[in-house]
Design a protein. Structure first.
Length: 402
């Protein structure tokens, strides 16, 4: 009989246990993010917030991020211990709820808040909630549920592609009026990938991609500030002190770090030169303080996170778990690329947070819940592996001696 230790050794971790490398990677990212927020936000907090004693509150952002890490840890723990199969029954009600939240931001009477020219937030007493962040998680669950239920019908134009585009169209319409192009791109990319993997017709997807590209171009063309962003992306020096200021300062911040950086806490750009230093632009501060090596290390950690999530998707025990883990992996990876790519001028800036590292509660909570769901899927995967190994007959000693 194989011992418990041999079972653990063959499976790399105990049967029915979470994917420990994924959990540790999440802990590394949020811990590192907290360290970088302490540095990137100190000057901004010093200039904007005052303690009851009258002294500047240099750690205003840091203390609130610690609180959000606590809340996000609870969210991760809850979903990691929640049977992901039950999410099927919550998918449709959650989709209706999130559509209501997206619509609610346009109703100031219940707390809709306009920030930086875009109405994306709900004021819930002491907390601000960004419904678009909740939408990513809910849509990932709903699409996995819907596509699994459709089965082979997903190839059919009338019963597969058309309803898929309709669902996506409603969400995109609500996001359009919130001026949230970044989230729109994340959701579209996630939806297209999971639709294709579930067996969607390639020709229909190609047609949908053309229509989607035309729609994004139309969304950009419909707003002058988006056209300006594209123009300064092509030539940042065309308006270096205006709308091109952010990307110009991002490139300068990243380049000034050199190979090993100026040292932790010694950023010069965080002195209100770089816009949104603790939030959307925190990767630029990382590169300035820790250099090219530090930035590359962060990219390596994100790559490993994506690899673990993709591995869990491939090993999922059912199609729902496979599609769900894939949706979550694509969401987090494409959001990471959009944030970092915008700062490096690979793509236009869209104002989207860096998962787990940027300051902000809504993004951290939803991304952590996504990791929790992925851990729940991995738990079932490992449980299945463990049973397979334990049931395998021990052939030693059952033949003639040689």
């Amino acid at each position: 009989m194989p011992t418990h230790k041999s079972v653990v050794k063959r499976n790399e971790q105990p049967a029915g246990w979470f994917d420990r490398p994924l959990l540790i990677t999440w802990m590394i990212l949020i811990g590192f993010g907290l360290i970088m927020i302490a540095s990137a936000s100190s000057i901004k907090a010093h200039n904007e917030f005052i303690k009851p004693s009258g002294a500047p509150d240099n750690y205003w952002y840091l203390t609130r991020q610690v609180m959000w890490i606590g809340v996000s840890s609870i969210g991760l723990w809850f979903f990691a211990n929640f049977n992901y199969q039950r999410l099927r029954y919550l998918a449709f009600p959650a989709l209706i709820m999130v559509m209501g939240l997206l619509a609610a931001v346009f109703l100031p009477i219940i707390g809709g808040q306009k920030v930086l020219g875009a109405r994306r937030w709900l004021n819930l007493g002491p907390l601000y909630l960004q419904p678009s962040e909740v939408t990513k998680l809910v849509l990932a669950v709903y699409l996995a549920t819907w596509l699994e239920r459709k089965g082979k019908e997903v190839k059919d134009f009338k019963y597969g592609f058309l309803p898929f585009v309709s669902i996506l169209g409603v969400i995109i319409t609500l996001l359009y009026f919130q001026e949230d192009l970044g989230t729109t791109i994340v959701i579209c990319f996630m939806a297209v990938v999971v639709f294709y993997v579930s067996g969607g017709n390639v020709g229909q997807l190609f047609l949908g991609s053309l229509l989607g590209g035309a729609l994004i171009a139309a969304l950009i063309w419909a707003r002058p500030f988006r056209i300006a962003r594209v123009m300064v992306w092509l030539d940042p020096q065309s308006d270096p002190s205006g709308i091109g200021y952010h990307v110009t300062q991002s490139l300068y911040t990243i380049g000034s770090g050199g190979l090993f950086g100026v040292g932790y806490g010694y950023s010069r750009q965080k002195y209100e030169y770089l816009p949104h230093a603790p939030t959307d632009s925190i990767f630029a501060i990382i590169c300035e303080e820790l250099g090219f090596v530090g930035g590359l290390a962060v990219l390596a950690v994100y790559s490993y996170l994506f690899y673990r999530m993709l591995k869990i998707s491939v090993e999922a025990r059912d199609n729902f778990g496979r599609l769900l883990a894939l949706s979550l992996a694509v969401w987090i990876s494409i959001q990471t690329f959009i944030n970092i790519g915008g700062l490096l001028r690979l793509i236009p800036l869209t104002g989207i947070p860096l998962p787990f590292i940027s300051y902000g509660g809504s993004s951290l909570l939803m991304c952590s819940c996504a990791i929790g769901i992925t851990l729940s899927i991995s738990k079932q995967n490992n449980l299945k592996k463990g049973k397979r190994v334990e049931n395998r007959p021990n052939r030693r000693g059952h033949g003639r001696a040689r």
